[in-house]
Design a protein around this ligand. Structure first.
Ligand code: BDP
Length: 681
């Protein structure tokens, strides 16, 4: 294959053959053809990695031997009464892997209520075998805690990818839909981490791309959807809200205009004709020049519910993005604040969205910065289904040139306690449906995948994709565990490799944060492509995100005395953030305008801290590179070189960040570094 299979690669594991052969000699499958696919996954793994060739029995029982038993619970119950109690242990997508005694034989059962559950169960079992886990007495019940576990591709029909750093689209090429072996392998990769939905096209649907929802494309999308459905994944499409005008020839896209609703209804009917498993729409409306209901004086609820109604009879969903702001709003007006926009737009609509509408909310109020406070819509919305949107692609976090593992940040977001209903109202509990009575929640990650040989550009960025899946299945999992598992699956069980790469991944986000824009400042990137330092890149741009640095202070006062953003949080956060003394320092410059000589808890001034963090960040990046160099000879040469090459560039660019930012601060303030280090090139 012209690409590797990430954590699913069939590596030679014949060293485990003896350990497992007794378990896998015979495999009994109960059920229809749908089970061929999970069976094949298991068979291929056993054959290619373990050199075990099991005997397969379809809908026939074997006697007097150990065997593996695969089938939906409904079938298993018929022959094994005791499994009736499995019923209440499982949700629709969960699975059980359990070794039991039936008539004196050891039987490894893999069962679930649905076929999808069985697919997940098989992939889970493969993971365990790949890691050499003992399965003699295995007893696993696993259910996904979140209902929607989605990837959003920002892929354009011409094959380019908005904010893509790993080659070209695997879905589109020159305005055609691409289906090849890689398509299926992508479905396998996603299914193996529990993903159950994929939006294949960019949220920005250009006028010339609206054709995607016409028969000329839908036929192929139907094929695509078949491939993904077999792995439990639904295909979704981003749509342009003005499609009734561009495609339908209407003179309006007003959601309350009957003709518009009728047009969408017919469109949805047509889509389902071609794509019976279709998941629904993702919509970016009234944001960054995309059309939306505001153009007609209607609300986002009006827009979303109209589409929801069209999809309802098919069980489809509308995922409506909360990334709505007027990109010109802060231009020269110091009283407005983009950070407040999502909440201001959506809080008043809480309770007005239909049941099959989900509001998709970026983790922070701005735009995927290296650190932001958690979006106050989490905890703010009590009657609205919600999806947490994360960016797996590293737009602002080093564009897959820098190693920046994001699992640590995501975990902090999921663990953030909103206090919406008092202590314990964590983001992850809201998403699980434990805080408000809402079940249609989930997580969406903007994909970091392209057609590069390793899918993600940086080989170690595969860890971000893997982690996204793991956390959306189980947001309670310890991040160190996820990291360890990914390393073992990808690089094997070499202790030193596990230790060093764990260190690299787990310290990388902090390092990146330090040498770029720590203390919650964010931005300072080159406009447009967003790579590399530029302290005033957006300072005078109409698009905003200002820090308003002068010679005395930097930052925007978002407290109750400033823009009032802090008031969007529940207590005690609103008070904690409001007060410069209690505001967590990692977010200090997000919430406050701070004089350079302000003393932080360490006793150091803001400016000295900023200098120090930048030097530290580069040192930490150098340490990360060292850990990789220690692995020479332990990692396949090609991968070793590829990663080393990126780490070399990372160090160069980290130094550039350090020097540009520190120099900017020095020139603004005239305050030199206490330690006398060279701070400008
Ligand atoms: C920003 C990206 C832009 C996206 C936008 C969005 O720079 O390319 O279109 O977010 O999420 O991060 O809609």
């Amino acid at each position: 294959k012209p690409y590797n299979m990430c954590w699913l690669e069939y590596t030679d594991l014949s060293k485990y053959k003896n350990k497992y052969i007794k378990v896998f000699e015979n495999v009994v499958v109960l059920g229809g053809n749908e089970l061929n696919l999970p069976l094949k996954e298991l068979k291929n793994f056993l054959t290619f990695s373990l050199n075990i060739k099991p005997k397969i029995f379809k809908n026939t029982l074997v006697k007097g031997r150990n065997y593996v038993l695969i089938g939906r619970l409904i079938e298993i119950k018929k022959i094994f009464k005791e499994s009736e109690r499995f019923e209440k242990l499982l949700n629709d997508e969960g699975f059980i892997i359990k070794r039991i005694d039936i008539d004196g034989n050891k039987v490894l059962i893999i069962t679930a209520k649905s076929y999808n559950g069985i697919v997940y169960g098989i992939f889970n079992l493969i993971e365990r075998l790949k890691r050499g886990e003992d399965i003699e007495n295995i007893d696993i019940v696993s259910n996904p805690s979140l209902r929607f576990r989605m990837l959003n591709h920002w892929d354009n029909l011409d094959g380019s990818i908005e904010r893509g750093y790993a080659g070209k689209s695997i879905f589109f090429r020159e305005n055609k839909i691409l289906i090849n072996e890689r398509t299926k392998d992508y479905a396998r990769l996603l299914s193996s981490i529990g993903v159950n939905g994929v939006v294949i096209n960019n949220v920005n649907v250009k006028k010339k791309e609206v054709e995607l929802i016409t028969p000329s494309y839908l036929k192929k999308i139907g094929e695509l959807s078949k491939i993904f459905s077999a792995y439990g994944i639904k295909i979704y499409l981003s749509i342009n809200f003005a499609s009734p005008i561009y495609l339908g020839g209407l003179n309006t896209a007003d959601p309350l205009d009957k003709r518009v609703a009728v047009w969408w209804k017919a469109k949805v009917d047509e889509i389902y004709e071609y794509v019976p498993d279709f998941g629904g729409f993702l919509v970016k409306a009234d944001s960054e020049f995309n059309p939306g209901p505001h153009m007609y004086g209607r609300t986002h609820a009006d827009g979303a519910n109209m589409l929801g109604e069209a999809l309802e009879s098919y069980g489809g969903f509308v995922i409506w993005r909360a990334f709505v702001y007027n990109c010109l709003q802060d231009w020269r007006d110091t009283n407005t604040d983009r950070a407040k926009a999502a909440y201001e737009n959506f809080k008043p609509l809480d309770g007005k969205f239909s049941e099959n509408v989900i509001v998709q909310i970026k983790y922070g109020p701005m735009d995927f910065q290296v650190r932001e406070p958690v979006n106050p819509l989490f905890g703010g919305l009590e009657h609205t289904n919600q999806i947490l949107e994360l960016q797996i692609t590293q737009e602002y976090t080093g564009q897959q040139i820098h190693l920046c593992y994001l699992g640590t940040l995501w975990k902090e977001v999921l663990d953030f306690d909103t206090y919406a209903k008092g202590e314990g109202s964590k983001v992850k509990e809201i998403l699980k449906g434990n805080v408000f009575d809402l079940k249609n929640n989930g997580m969406a990650g903007v994909s970091n995948v392209g057609d590069d040989i390793n899918w993600t550009g940086h080989d170690l960025a595969q860890a971000n994709l893997y982690t996204f899946g793991a956390l959306s299945w189980n947001p309670d999992e310890r991040i160190e565990e996820v990291v360890k598992r990914w390393i073992e699956l990808t690089f094997g069980d070499n202790e030193k490799v596990i230790k060093n790469i764990s260190y690299m991944l787990l310290s990388s986000h902090k390092a990146y944060e330090k040498y770029t824009t720590p203390l919650g400042l964010g931005w300072m990137v080159n406009p447009g492509h967003h790579y590399g330092p530029n302290p005033e890149g957006y300072e005078y741009s109409k698009w905003g995100t200002y820090h308003r640095a002068n010679y005395e202070a930097i930052g925007v006062d978002r407290s109750s005395r400033g823009t009032g953003y802090t008031l969007q949080y529940h207590s005690p956060w609103r008070e904690i953030y409001d007060n410069i003394e209690t505001c967590p320092e990692e977010l200090l410059l997000f919430f406050h305008r701070v004089p350079y000589n302000y003393k932080l808890k360490s006793g150091k001034t803001l400016i000295q801290t900023y200098y120090d963090l930048h030097f530290e960040g580069v040192e930490e990046a150098e340490e990360i590179r060292k850990k990789w160099i220690e692995l020479k000879g332990e990692i396949e040469d090609k991968i070793y070189e590829r990663v080393l090459n990126r780490l070399d560039i990372q160090i160069e660019h980290a130094k550039e960040w350090r020097d540009v930012i520190n120099t900017y601060f020095f020139r603004r303030t005239g305050i030199p570094d206490e330690k006398g280090r060279k701070i400008y090139p």
